[in-house]
Design a protein around this ligand. Structure first.
Ligand SMILES: Nc1ncnc2c1ncn2[C@@H]1O[C@H](COP(=O)(O)OP(=O)(O)O)[C@@H](O)[C@H]1O
Ligand SMILES: [Mg+2]
Length: 415
């Protein structure tokens, strides 16, 4: 099997690395770390025709799309129209991530447990609705409906901050068109986790659970980030809980999509919050999480490539092998991440412990020298028989990554 992985971040490095154990893998555009594990070809994720041409030229059997943007932009449709098997939904299914208003409407139709909400195109009505929720003694989350790069949600504990958030999104247009429609929903309270499911026409298979750490600094302090680390398995997330998420959230959502004539083939990422002991769906994404993917890929064995191909061609999906080992990923970020990203600083590596793997997230090669090229630079990952052991190895690997200002949280995987 010949697979093309589309994208060039830490998630795509982990995907390409895992898949390269069972298939011939190309990545486009890839990054210098990916280039150590498989062939990379410089075609932009925005160049849909270029990707079709690459698939034809290289007889690609399966395209695995890493990031959401190309899917929201319809890369799945373009590739499928050219007769190429794709792991990743078409534009219609990708609205689950591209439009929070769409996603909430599907959840409601499907009877999925989720916070009460309304969506708005006018700020005055949004503000009125927020007022009515505060009058009932509830807080609200104000969400730019479109793709706001993970920055479009403001959790508001008082009415003034809700008004402020609505005005920033709908009047000042801080997130551009992503704020044309705004979702206002009730605040939930509880622990969060995400469930990654490989979805096909006949069935779906949930991957091992990984928990990420979103805040920039130790003790869950500081600003939100794309994710500073992850680990798997997660002791408090029981099999029963995963089954409850599957039966109350994943399955009804896929049925509601089907009823709309939407065929969904790809990853369904369900963002869950345990509110009063019950899983509530916060959001859907249409791709794997980063850095959860890095922790999950280290636990997968044989059969992952086949599972993705089966999804892409509408066959029954067999679950891939999952190792009993524990895995930990520690993100090594630039000094000022997430406020700004790091560019052009030379990177070197000390000795890496056995069982560890560095996934490149934001690196590039300049005149043969590896340099930083992003906020999150390297995802230092490791697998071992126990979580504390994996943690120790991942931290040794993180310590071995050297560039000016390199920084990581010290409490990843301390549950
Ligand atoms: N209804 C809600 N109640 C409380 N917190 C929320 C709610 N919705 C979202 N959040 C918080 O905001 C974060 C981001 O929201 P989410 O819907 O996942 O959007 P995105 O990941 O696209 O930014 C969540 O991880 C959660 O911490
Ligand atoms: Mg989210």
């Amino acid at each position: 099997m010949r697979i093309l992985v589309v994208g060039g971040g830490g998630r795509e490095h982990a995907l390409a690395w895992r898949l390269s154990h069972e298939a011939e893998v190309l990545a486009s555009p890839g990054n210098p770390g990916i280039a150590e594990d498989c062939e990379t070809v410089q075609v932009s994720t925005k160049d849909h025709d270029g990707l079709v041409a690459l698939c034809k030229a290289r007889s690609i059997d399966l395209v695995v799309v890493g990031p959401e943007d190309p899917l929201i932009d319809g890369l799945g449709n373009v590739l499928r129209a050219a007769g190429i098997a794709v792991y990743g939904p078409n534009q219609d299914g990708a609205q689950l991530e591209g439009s929070k208003a769409f996603s909430k409407a599907v959840m409601t139709e499907a009877g999925v447990p989720t916070a009460a909400y309304q969506s708005f195109t006018h700020p005055t009505e949004a503000i009125q609705f927020a007022r009515s929720r505060f009058d009932l003694g509830k807080g609200v989350a104000v969400k730019a409906s479109g793709n706001a790069l993970g920055k479009g949600v403001v959790v508001c504990n008082d009415f003034d901050s809700a008004v402020n958030a609505i005005e920033r999104m709908m009047i000042a247009k801080e997130f551009g068109a992503a704020g044309d429609v705004v979702v206002v929903e009730d605040c939930l309270v509880g622990r969060e986790f995400s469930v990654l499911t490989v979805v096909g026409d006949q069935n779906f298979v949930t991957l091992p659970i990984a928990q990420d750490h979103k805040r920039a600094y130790d003790g869950d302090q500081g600003p939100n980030t794309g994710g500073m680390g992850a680990f798997s398995p997660v002791a408090w997330i029981t099999r029963e809980l995963i089954e409850e998420v599957e039966s109350r959230i994943v399955r009804p959502t896929l049925e509601a999509l089907k009823a709309k004539g939407i065929t969904y083939r790809g990853t369904l990422f369900s963002g869950i919050m345990m509110d009063q002991g019950k899983p509530q769906c916060l959001e859907f994404n249409v791709r794997m999480g980063d850095p959860e993917t890095q922790a999950v890929m280290l636990r997968l064995g044989k059969g992952y490539a086949d599972a993705l191909l089966s999804s892409a061609v509408g066959r029954y999906i067999e679950a891939p092998e999952v190792s009993e080992q524990a895995t930990v990923t520690v993100v090594v970020a630039g000094k000022d991440y997430p406020m700004s990203s790091s560019k052009g600083l030379p990177i070197s590596f000390g000795e890496l412990p056995l069982g560890s793997k560095l996934f490149h997230a934001g690196t590039s090669l300049v005149d043969g020298q590896l340099v930083t090229n992003g906020g999150r630079v390297i995802a230092a990952s490791a697998a071992a028989n126990t979580l504390p052991e994996a943690r120790k190895l991942a931290y040794q690997a993180a310590e071995a990554v050297q560039f000016e200002g390199a920084r990581f949280r010290s409490d990843i995987a301390l549950e």
